[in-house]
Design a protein around this ligand. Structure first.
Ligand code: 6PG
Length: 240
């Protein structure tokens, strides 16, 4: 029987707007704590439609001097194998929602290290990645995926830090993703979720029988979760 991962901190907010504000404040506090302990802070960011407003708030905080953003290294928790300026690119999302407001952080992406050989680019990116990221910002799909780790795929057993995925059920099919190992080695994880369509996945991730191959988002169970009321509507246990 695998050890059941304990639930970390769960914050249920009434609206998506409150989820954005409270998760951004929490991430900012974590970045500031890391920068009191170490010279640089390494944060991996997810894509999708949810986190953009969070990244904008963090960029505004950095631009206003809330922390020294020149000491922040940004990575991608996953990326689609598309050109870096493609509308589908998570690197483009980070550039438009964060670096366009505050150019202080350094963004490291898998692009350019062999786009014509995405499997080789995944390995090169994995070598570049710190063994223990300070923080990984994650989302969750209705199917329980996180980053680009999807249910029922063999990727969870892979030992590399970064994986090349060529059968993503969420288009586009070819992606790079942090592996389960990279998520396990991260110092802190935070998952940001809104919307009733995620309610079943949130319940499975936080309260379901431990089976990350069926619900990869369980890999973030130990971290912080910022969830709006709609996405939290099927959580059985008590919520804050
Ligand atoms: C991606 C994301 C992915 C995302 C979830 C939730 O590149 O597609 O990293 O893992 O976090 O699919 O996406 P939404 O925020 O759009 O619901």
């Amino acid at each position: 029987m695998a050890a059941v991962e304990v639930i970390g901190e769960l914050f249920v907010e009434p609206t998506p707007e409150r989820v954005v504000a409270s998760s951004a404040d929490w991430i900012l506090a974590r970045i500031c704590i890391v920068l009191t302990e170490r010279e640089r802070c390494a944060v991996a960011l997810s894509g999708g439609s949810t986190p953009g407003p969070v990244y904008r708030r963090l960029a505004e905080a950095g631009a206003s001097g809330a922390f020294d953003s020149s000491r922040l290294d940004l990575y991608l928790a996953d990326e689609r194998c598309v050109p870096a300026d493609d509308a589908e690119s998570n690197a483009r999302l980070v550039r438009e929602s964060w670096l366009a407001i505050d150019a202080g952080p350094t963004l490291h992406t898998p692009h350019g290290s062999g786009d014509d050989d995405p499997a080789a680019a995944a390995h090169s990116y994995g070598v570049l990645l710190p063994d223990a990221l300070d923080l990984v910002v994650l989302g969750i799909g209705p199917d329980g995926h996180t980053a680009s780790l999807f249910p029922g795929t063999a990727t969870l057993a892979a030992s590399d830090r970064v994986l090349f995925i060529d059968d993503s059920p969420k288009p586009p099919p070819q992606r790079w993703s942090l592996s389960a190992r990279a998520l396990r080695n991260a110092r802190t994880l935070v998952t940001i979720v809104t919307g009733a369509d995620k309610a079943d996945a949130v319940h499975a991730a936080l309260e379901g029988d431990w089976d990350p191959s069926a619900t990869p988002a369980q890999l973030a169970r130990r971290g912080a979760w910022f969830v709006d009321a709609a996405a939290a509507s099927k959580i059985q246990g008590e919520t804050r």
